[in-house]
Design a protein around this ligand. Structure first.
Ligand code: MN3
Length: 203
C-alpha cells in the first residue's frame, strides 16, 4: 500500500512571476494541495485496497467507490487530481509557446478560431459563480472539444470528459495578488499555459 503524495513541481515557486506570484504558488501547492492529498489518504485508509487504484480511476467511476467515502473521494480526490493537473499544464511564461498543430486545428473546428476559443474560455471563467474550475475537455463519445465549468473540486473525469487544460478559479488561486480582480488573473493565466504539454494531452 502506497499513500498518495504530491508530485514535484517542474518549476520553482517564483517561476510563474509576475503572472502568478511566488507566495501564492507556495501556499497553493504546499498548503491547499497538500491538504487535499492528506484528506484523501485519510479517507482511503478506511478502504486500503483502493490505494492500489489511480485516483483518476476512482473519479471516473465514482459510483463504484464505497458510499461511506464517496463524498471524500469526490472532494479530496478531486482536489488532489485537479491540482496535479493544474500545475502540469502551466510553465514559466518564457517557455509557454503557442497553441499549434492538431490541437489548433481541432480548436478552429470546434470553436471557429483560437481567438474565439480564448474568448469563450475567459468568459466562462469570469462567469463562474463561487469556487470551481473551467476546463477544456475532449468528450469521450463525440471526441469534440468543449469548455465546461465544474463546481468545488468536481472532476470532468466523473462526467466522461478528458481534461486537457484548466484554470483554478478558487480565490486561493489568485487572491494574494489580484484580490477581487478575477478578470486580471484570467488574462494573466494565458501567459502561463504549457502549450506543448496541452497538445501532448490532446494527442
Ligand atoms: Mn486550488
Amino acid at each position: 500500500m502506497q499513500k498518495h503524495s504530491l508530485p514535484k513541481l517542474a518549476y520553482s515557486f517564483d517561476a510563474l512571476e509576475p503572472y502568478m506570484d511566488s507566495k501564492t504558488v507556495e501556499i497553493h501547492y504546499g498548503k491547499h494541495h497538500q491538504t487535499y492529498c492528506d484528506k484523501l489518504n485519510l479517507a482511503l485508509e478506511k478502504h486500503p485496497s483502493l490505494f492500489d487504484k489511480k485516483v483518476e480511476e476512482l473519479l471516473t467511476n465514482l459510483n463504484s467507490v464505497p458510499s461511506d467515502i464517496q463524498t471524500a473521494v469526490r472532494n479530496f480526490g478531486g482536489g488532489f487530481v485537479n491540482h496535479n493537473f493544474f500545475w502540469e499544464i502551466m510553465c514559466p511564461a518564457s517557455s509557454s509557446g503557442k497553441c499549434s498543430g492538431d490541437l489548433l486545428k481541432a480548436i478552429a473546428r470546434d470553436f471557429g478560431s483560437f481567438e474565439e476559443f480564448k474568448k469563450q474560455f475567459s468568459d466562462k471563467s469570469v462567469a463562474l459563480f463561487g469556487s470551481g474550475w473551467v476546463w477544456l475537455v475532449v468528450d469521450s463519445k463525440t471526441k469534440k472539444l468543449e469548455i465546461i465549468p465544474t463546481k468545488d473540486q468536481d472532476s470532468p473525469l466523473s462526467l466522461g470528459k478528458k481534461p486537457i487544460l484548466v484554470i483554478d478559479l478558487w480565490e486561493h488561486a489568485y487572491y494574494l495578488k489580484y484580490q477581487n480582480r478575477r478578470v486580471e488573473f484570467i488574462d494573466a493565466f494565458w501567459n502561463l499555459i504549457n502549450w506543448n504539454r496541452v497538445e501532448k494531452l490532446f494527442r
